[in-house]
Design a binder for this molecule. Structure first.
Ligand SMILES: *Cc1c(COP(=O)(O)O)cnc(C)c1O
Length: 420
């Protein structure tokens, strides 16, 4: 459920008209619903009611806006971060360092050091050498880092190849066949409190079966590690739950997911950790855009909008679908292609799609743009960096400014030898 709906014929986010936001802030602009974020956080937690000891760390890469992080911190969520920059954001948003998990296959020594200094909650180790380095850094500072070993369970998540992370050939985690030996070697290191294992098999999962298969494998591993004398107090089950992008698509609910987790992990006797991203943020945001032209095409007209692949990369990057809707629909329909102004044929949001009829100057939205939207934006084609707005009830705030091309230009310099 989200809070984007027609009120008196005009699309609103909660109590605020998107026409008003476009008039005040311009377009394109991301618009987020605070009530939707909060509700999703509650529904996900409620779904896990059957899990007694748990820690939920929002995967902030899905939507790292500071205001969004504050909302989720207020809802009691920790954070899963994948870079020093994300760590700084999570802390700036008020998430206690002890509630933060550090994932990521390429953490640098500088990032590990910064996280240790901050008092980070848990390091998710991606390879043996990282554990050795972290242990040495921690020991040198007279500390012990809490860590888990990320395991690659070799499960096909059945999702888009670019967001599949749990197949043996993917870059993430250590092979499950080697996990036991690596765990044995790392567990003895001073400076490291190796307390469990982690998995994350991919994103936008449409089916619980691959997750269940992966959880069963990791459960088996936990038994083997305990049999070998290791203390396993934490198991990180990652994120990945998908969301419907197309009206009518049906996805596993957080309640169904939670029931599966409770069933599979019964008797594990560990704190379970979760890293949901998309399922919290996806349907909490839209990308608001204005139609620039309706250009005649060979088969269908091209609706050229002022949002482009630099603002919302998912269609160009993952062939992703985003529902398109007019802000003031007339009831008429048209079949059209939808594209942005960027000089790439890949800058296309839809081909031959049945949509609300629109004409030059009309406002429209791409739905389900709250996750992996603004955070992937760039300034390609020297376009502005897209701003973000957060709505709560009948008020809204600009929570990220539009960064103009002039500002980007001002950070560039001519070398002296070109100025003569
Ligand atoms: C991206 C990521 C997540 C979140 O994935 P979603 O599909 O957005 O839930 C969780 N954990 C790790 C380690 C990730 O890289």
């Amino acid at each position: 459920m989200d809070h984007f709906a027609l009120v008196d014929g005009v699309m609103h986010c909660e109590g605020v008209s998107l026409e008003r936001i476009a008039a005040d802030v311009g377009s394109p602009v991301y618009v987020y619903s605070a009530a939707t974020f909060t509700r999703h956080a509650e529904v996900f937690r409620d779904g896990l009611a059957g899990v007694k000891r748990k820690h939920i760390a929002y995967a902030i890469k899905a939507n790292p806006n500071l205001a969004v992080l504050r909302l989720l911190a207020n809802a009691g969520y920790g954070a899963d971060v994948v870079s020093g920059g994300e760590l700084a954001r999570a802390i700036a948003a008020g998430i206690p360092a002890s509630d933060i998990v550090f994932s990521g296959v390429g953490k640098t020594v500088a990032e590990l050091t910064k996280a240790l200094d901050a008092g980070l909650g848990q390091f998710n180790l991606e390879l043996e050498e990282e554990g050795v380095v972290l242990a040495a850094l921690a020991a040198a500072g007279g500390r012990r880092a809490d860590a888990v070993l990320r395991v690659n369970p070799d499960v096909d998540a059945g999702t888009h190849a670019k967001i599949s992370t749990g197949k043996a050939e993917n870059k993430f985690g250590v092979p499950i066949s080697e996990a036991r030996a690596i765990f044995d070697r790392l567990a003895g290191l001073p400076g490291l409190n190796l307390r469990g294992v982690a998995i994350h098999i991919g994103s936008q999962l449409a089916d619980l079966a691959p997750l269940e298969a992966a959880y069963r494998r990791i459960g088996q591993l936990v038994q083997e590690l305990r049999a070998a004398g290791h203390t396993i107090s934490h198991v990180d089950l990652g994120g990945g739950l998908g969301v419907p992008y197309k009206a009518g698509d049906v996805f596993p609910t957080p309640a169904a997911y939670g029931a599966m987790v409770a069933r599979v992990t019964d008797g594990w006797d560990a704190t379970l950790m979760f890293e949901p991203g998309r399922v919290i943020a996806g349907n909490a945001g839209v990308l608001l855009t204005r139609v620039i032209w309706v250009k005649p095409g060979v088969t269908n007209p091209y609706v050229i909008v002022d949002a482009a692949m630099n603002d919302l990369a998912r269609p160009a990057m993952y062939d992703a679908w985003h529902d398109f809707a007019a802000v003031r629909p007339t009831g008429a329909r048209m079949t059209a292609n939808i594209a942005g102004p960027v000089c790439e044929s890949g800058d296309t949001f839809a081909m031959g799609r049945d949509i609300d009829s629109v004409k030059s100057g009309d406002l429209a939205i791409f739905r389900t743009a709250g996750a992996y939207g603004a955070t992937m934006a760039s300034t390609y084609n020297s376009r502005a960096l897209v701003p973000e707005v957060l709505v709560s009830g009948d008020r809204y705030a600009v929570v990220a400014d539009r960064i103009q091309p002039e500002t980007i230009l001002a950070a560039e310099r001519l070398p002296e030898w070109l100025t003569a």
